[in-house]
Design a binder for this molecule. Structure first.
Ligand code: SIN
Ligand code: CO
Length: 389
């Protein structure tokens, strides 16, 4: 995709302009980001997903006398018939992993790194339904799928912003409105992280939240140092050869700190390990139990493909690739593989293609490393055979 092509999704802005002026900075309202938007999932189907064990869902109810109740799924069949007429919202996480038509929406966001995308959450709200004024630490595109929703945006928040007291919900105690819009099907609102927002359904309403993920500094440091420490031998330690005699044995001198910084820098600046950790971390599946592999021999893979079998990416798997010198790293569902540069086009194909079959994989199946790679990805569960139609 050319980053200088005006995009309907961005109201005629190019990806470059959007990233320069809005991304992580300020909200953007796009009327008819999707023209004639066809809601890919009905409210009943969404409610059906909320009954499933492996799906994360919640219902938020705003009561007059006992405000803001939250119930966690999975729900029983009769949970919905007992809800009031108004002022409740059902929210279902990661619907893209369960409904291919919802995953297809993500094709429109290819101007952003796929490993930054978290999930597509879908909400269904009865009239007046809302989850309260709040802020998220992530970028989000709020696409109106059905009915109308009024969105108010407010101040920039942080972890010091006062919240109302609630065990499960993070609702802002103060909301300083700066703008307001009513969204209709196909309209979309982009919000940067930490911007206060408050959406209220005007009728039966479905909203799709394309959410992004960014690890916190605390997560990066904890997880990277954990990863790094696996490679460090016990004898690799603080050392002070050529130390000078001390005048006060109880004082920690600054030269000790300099040695410590040197030790840290030696390891923290290992770019290859940092990249390996980051790729693995960012491709860890949200639901690892849904990335279950199968046993497969390379000969059976080849026979299957020749007989017309189709491989598709497991919708719960995440993939990315990167360069290390002349070599490449493929990251798939939290694991990495170092591969020769000649496999570049295969890696790109694996990450991007909707389906892999003998036509697009054919040349790579002659290559031993290509064949082994595809077989390993099936065994790991990142790729799987499509069920026969
Ligand atoms: C909703 O769909 O009701 C809430 C989405 C959000 O505010 O992040
Ligand atoms: Co939000």
């Amino acid at each position: 995709m050319n980053s200088d092509t005006p995009l309907q999704l961005l109201g005629g802005l190019t990806a470059r302009e959007f990233l320069r002026d809005y991304w992580q900075k300020k909200p953007l309202l796009v009327r008819q980001a999707f023209t004639d938007f066809e809601n890919p999932i009905s409210p009943d189907e969404l409610a059906g997903l909320a009954l499933e064990e492996e799906v994360e869902s919640r219902i938020v109810i705003e009561h007059g006398e006992r405000p803001w109740e939250m119930r966690r799924g999975p729900f029983e069949e009769d949970a919905f018939s007992q809800l009031p007429e108004r002022e409740w919202t059902l929210l279902v996480q990661a619907v893209d992993q369960f409904v291919p038509e919802v995953a297809d929406l993500l094709q429109h966001f290819r101007f952003l790194p796929s490993w930054r995308i978290d999930d597509v959450m879908i909400s269904f709200a009865a009239p007046g339904g809302s989850v309260g004024a709040h802020f998220d630490n992530y970028d989000v595109f709020l696409l109106q799928g059905h009915g109308k929703r009024n969105w108010k945006v407010g101040q920039m928040c942080d972890s010091d912003s006062p919240l109302i007291e609630h065990a499960d919900l993070r609702i802002l105690a103060n909301f300083e409105q700066s703008d307001e819009w009513t969204l209709e099907p196909g309209d979309m609102l982009y919000l940067p992280p930490r911007l206060a927002h408050y959406g209220v359904a005007l009728d039966d309403c479905m909203t799709y939240s394309v959410g992004f993920r960014a690890p916190s500094a605390s997560e990066v440091l904890t997880h990277f140092t954990d990863f790094l420490s696996q490679f460090l031998p016990d004898e690799d330690r603080y050392s002070d050869a050529d130390a000078q005699p001390v005048s006060d044995p109880h004082q920690i001198q600054h030269d000790a700190l300099d040695r410590l910084k040197k030790l840290l820098n030696e390891h923290m600046n290992d770019e290859r390990l940092l990249l390996t950790w980051f790729g693995q971390f960012m491709t860890e599946p949200r639901y690892p139990e849904l990335v279950a592999g199968e046993t497969l021999e390379e000969d059976d893979l080849l026979d299957g493909l020749e007989e017309g079998a189709i491989l598709i990416r497991n919708p719960s798997a995440r993939m990315a690739w990167s360069e290390v010198g002349d070599d490449l790293l493929l990251f798939a569902s939290g694991q990495s593989r170092l591969l020769p540069g000649e496999l570049r086009d295969l890696l790109k194909l694996i990450c991007a293609a909707d389906a892999l079959h003998i036509e697009n994989l054919g040349p790579w199946m002659i290559d031993e490393q290509g064949r082994t790679l595809i077989c390993e990805l099936v065994k790991q569960g990142s790729l799987g055979f499509a069920a026969d139609e």
